[in-house]
Write a protein that binds this ligand. Structure first.
Ligand code: ASP
Length: 199
């Protein structure tokens, strides 16, 4: 869902929409009404206010600050899921919707294939349908998650677009590729392998 400012955990509303309604995307005041009806926690928008962040954004007017949180996972039955939550880009126009809630752009999950969650310049993730594009290359070209993610991120780099993706394939192999200075990321599987890193 998009353009909400009172829902404490927007990702819970996204799940509610997926599981309890026939819709994919709801926005704004309508979405907030659905959240209340669904018994989700609602807060005053000031709950999300951070003076520190606001000061930082004001200082670096042109530099985008990425604040997206994404997750991809596969369970023991092979169900693949992906979730992406964001405050969006800094200094955006009112009403702007980014790639994160757009299925295929910032988020994609498909059993027997892959799950993708992206962060970066959302306008381009939408134009190039980045999340789905990675899965499609895995499907049609037989690429690994690493190969497909590297290809797509390289193509973004070629256009001067910053971004990163976390990807999981149907075997649980993860790929975490980015062209930004760093991307905080972590991985864990049931065998106990773990990665926690930024650069
Ligand atoms: N992709 C997000 C957007 O464009 C920004 C981010 O990743 O932080 O809204």
């Amino acid at each position: 869902m998009a353009s909400v400012s009172t829902i404490k955990n927007p990702i819970k509303l996204a799940r509610y929409v997926m599981e309890k309604t026939e819709h994919v995307l709801i926005v704004g005041q309508g979405a907030e009404k659905v959240a209340i009806k669904g018994g989700l926690e609602v807060v005053d928008p000031s709950y999300f206010y951070s003076k520190e962040k606001l000061d930082r954004v004001r200082r670096q007017k042109t530099k985008d600050e990425l604040s997206t949180v994404g997750a991809v996972a596969i369970d023991k039955e092979g169900n693949i899921s992906a979730a992406t939550s964001t405050g969006g880009r800094s200094n955006k126009l009112p009403g702007r919707v980014g790639d994160s809630p757009i299925i295929g752009a910032g988020t994609w999950a498909q059993n027997n294939l892959c799950g993708v969650s992206g962060t970066g310049h959302g306008e381009y993730f939408m134009r190039f349908n980045v999340a789905r594009e990675i899965c499609v290359r895995m499907d049609y070209l037989g690429l690994t998650a690493d190969q497909a993610s590297n290809q797509v991120i390289d193509e973004l780099s070629g256009m001067g677009i910053e971004g990163g993706v976390i990807v999981i394939d149907k075997e649980g192999n993860a790929s975490m590729i980015f062209n930004t200075d760093g991307m905080a990321r972590a991985y864990k599987n049931s065998k106990g392998d773990e990665i926690v890193t930024i650069y």
